[in-house]
Ligand binder design. Sequence first.
Ligand SMILES: [Zn+2]
Ligand SMILES: [Zn+2]
Length: 311
Amino acid sequence: MNSLEFLENFGFLPFRRKGKRGVKPHLSLRFNSNVVVDFHVDSYKGLPQEDYEFYNLITHAHSDHYGQNNLGNGNAVASLETAKILSATTGRDFRGRTFNLGEKLELAGIRIRTYPTEHIFGSSAFLLESDCKVLVTGDVKDFSSLPKCDVLITEATYGRPDFVFEDEIEKMIENAESSTFGVYPVGKAQRAAKILNENGYAVNATPKISKLCEIFGIEISNEAEVNLVSPKELYESRGRRFILTAQNFYRWPRIVVSDHLDFLGILAMIDHCDPEHVIFYHGRPAESLLDLLDRDYSLLRDLDVMSEGMR
Ligand SMILES: [Zn+2]
Ligand SMILES: [Zn+2]
């Protein structure tokens, strides 16, 4: 579906913004409420203009979702935890609007509900309600709290059939003694540290990981037997080393601990939310995923590219 067909069928206009250097990341959703309002999803800051409003919705604090670009943006909207992570990783204050996960918001006359996706601390889905219900998920680990919707705007990071996996939590715990685990410092590190703590392991970590763990009350100890470092730092580490991920391009022995749904999980989420139409806005769904959907879908390239001021 192109942008105008969405407007005709669902009463809102999804589009991509033209930037100076090509198309800006992800997509924007335009609603005609009491004013014209654009919601830029996981993208660069909007452009202030007369007689229209804009908000930047930040689903979570990973850098490919552009929260850092919005730290000084008073019209950015992010969960409290997301704002905390962004501030901790940059040393700058988040000047946008924050909410507690699960809270309802009203922005330019559009009702918005928020839901946890358990991807990382603070990761939030947004349900925008006008003529229809539009759900923007961001990255998802657990879809069980997500609501039904008419249009689902979601990710397909592991949208290929060779990505069918289950977390190997037991394997992680069994191998923790005297090991170094390579983990993404934002998100994965906190998930791993929390599980290890709960299973009786004190955890040592690099300063960046420690700082983020502290924010969420996860204990880090310098005396510990198990070390958490970033994947890059794994090269300089000694002893037994593992990488905690579902990706398969690392040379280290892998233990599957993922922050995303796998191929089957994405399909299950779509069934759960039961939308009339799916827009994949992050990650690349394989043809086989699209074939299995059994409902209408669009990719970012189907949407029109427009200057944001244009009506
Ligand atoms: Zn993410
Ligand atoms: Zn992502």
